[in-house]
Design a protein around this ligand. Sequence first.
Ligand SMILES: Cc1ncc(COP(=O)(O)O)c(C=O)c1O
Length: 381
Amino acid sequence: MPTITPKHSAAPTTIFTVMSALAGQHNAINLSQGFPDFPLDERLSGLLQEAAATGWNQYSPMAGLPALRSAVAADFTKRYDVGVDADTEVTITPGATYAIYTAFTAILQAGDEVIVLEPAYDSYLPNIQMNGGRVVPVALTAPDFGVDWNKVKAAMSAKTKAIIINTPHNPTGAVWAREDWDTLAEVVRDTDCFVLSDEVYEQLIFDGKRHYSVLEHPELRERSFALYSFGKVFNNTGWKIGFCIAPPALTDAFRKIHQFAAFCVNTPAQYALAAYMSAGIPNNVGALMEGKRNFFLNLLQELPFTVHKPAGGSYFQLVGYEQISDMPDLDFAKWLTINHGVATIPISAFYHNGHDDKLIRFCFAKKEATLLAASEKLRSL
Ligand SMILES: Cc1ncc(COP(=O)(O)O)c(C=O)c1O
């Protein structure tokens, strides 16, 4: 038999697959994986049908449908007051995960180091290793999960090629302040370090806070790939379409990989997104998700979990379970699924070494009926 040498050190099956499968097996309510269980706007699904029926069924241009790139550029110019060039700076991708992988592939050579702030979205580590890079983990500081900049400075070396950051943050719901960007700019100034800014939850931000994008920071923007997902904005994660905004030279390098990895993205879905965005339909996903977070926080008050800090953004609320058990978090998450019918994600899965603070993550991007049913089940705790 020919042999296969593994390209990364992550577990063969992601925790999301493991917990969703366990939820299915035990008929549990699935608050583990981050996706809405309610329908998308039917005007958007209608546009998808229309696109297929009217013949938008062949390959799109490599960088994405011009109409969609223009809609993205106009949207960012409007919401962030930053100029974005649709032709030279925006590339449509099959999801943000792919965009992150492609950005790493564009910049990394064997032996390059990448700073990853942990807990971290689980694709970062394998994506870096698959490209021959070395992960340099830096722990965020519990319970707020802010960045300890001294630790980041200490982790920088002559081999540091990139740092990947994520705000609003999965899994903690933490949100970066403007000053974090300024400090990051100081840290990477005069270095050979790129920034990958995973901003997929940019519109899911609560309590009157505001998302600061790397695109608003002229100094950082020059060295940054900003990565986004339509799925989190339009409640259609299964369409798996995202995009990368980066300066022209970085976009060139990004597209050099993209053209031979995917070449282009599902055309009818791009058409539908472009038409939907251009129609100027107001998007209230932030308020919708904040309402769900509040609803869920109220339900949690009657349950024996500890809420250290309400999520400032994203789909996710972290809780401690020290009043219930001292099991390791993975065992607790499995036990909860099997014995109390609610699936969650253990936070140790977001660390390279399985570091366990005994915290679990609930996804509240669900119908109120789903959240209510989950809380009913958890009352048996
Ligand atoms: C932090 C983060 N980045 C990227 C993604 C992936 O986005 P997409 O579904 O567009 O690949 C997710 C999805 O859960 C995420 O939480």
